[in-house]
Design a protein around this ligand. Structure first.
Ligand code: GLN
Length: 244
């Protein structure tokens, strides 16, 4: 088996340990004897649907999002929508998460989004939403905690057809007001939790690997357990940092 990952705009949308998230996926595959390939698709580059099973969009500052938003809609939207409909996994973090929605409003400027999730983001007056965060999610069929770090000026609002990834236990979440965090639809996930999201929540990395392998091979594999002593410690420390 082989996990095939495509990062969108790895040069532009890449802050706070996005590369570490990819490295963590690679290691968890290698430790289990699962092959791993990675590719990036930058400005103007088309997405080869058949070649990838896990799509990753990392964080980005407003200026990075400005640089990629129109190109993303023009050159990648159709293929990404088809891939997600077909069951490929997509993880979008922070700035990437904001671009999953309909739009990102920055004052008088409106950046277009991919429209893959019923949500929109607005840069409202007020402080950035920064800090350690813990959310409770039922992703994967049981209640679990995702712990991480958030840092965003944009506030995201879910439309009626969107389901949050989880409920905020500690921290701000989508907009600091409604207690919701991220978005989740089957194999599509968006979240404000970055920093080393996957190393702090190893089960989420494995869940993504399973979704992607199921997309390629037709059945969901049972992944071999790993010792995960360091990963459990990283998770515990992230929970503690968030005040749980
Ligand atoms: N530019 C976005 C915001 O500040 C996202 C930032 C990020 O990815 N850290 O709202």
């Amino acid at each position: 088996m082989e996990l095939r990952v495509l990062s969108l705009y790895p040069e532009q949308m890449n802050i706070y340990a996005d590369r570490g998230n990819i490295l963590f996926l690679r290691r968890r595959c290698e430790w289990r004897g699962i092959g791993f390939t990675w590719a990036g698709a930058g400005p103007g580059e088309a997405v080869d649907l058949a070649a990838h099973d896990l799509f990753y969009i990392g964080g980005g500052q407003d200026r990075d999002q400005r640089a990629v938003a129109a190109d993303m809609v023009e050159t990648k939207r159709t293929a990404l929508a088809a891939a997600v409909d077909d069951g490929a996994a997509l993880l979008a973090v922070c700035g990437g998460y904001q671009l999953l929605g309909e739009s990102y409003q920055l004052g008088s400027e409106t950046l277009p989004g991919l429209g893959l999730a019923d949500l929109w983001t607005v840069r409202e007056p007020g402080p950035r939403l920064i800090g350690n965060v813990a959310i409770e999610t039922e992703l994967g069929g049981e209640k679990r905690i995702l712990a991480g770090f958030e840092n965003h000026g944009g506030r995201t609002y879910l439309g009626p057809s969107a389901r949050p990834l989880g409920r905020v236990v500690k921290g701000h979440g989508n907009n600091g007001g409604d207690g919701l965090e991220g978005v989740w639809r089957d194999n599509l996930l968006g979240t404000y939790l970055h920093g080393p999201l996957l190393p702090k929540n190893a089960w989420l990395a494995d869940h993504l690997v399973e979704l992607a392998l199921e997309h390629r091979y037709g059945t969901r594999p049972t992944l071999e357990p790993l010792p995960d002593a360091l990963e459990r410690a990283a998770h515990a420390s992230a929970r503690t940092a968030a005040g749980l």
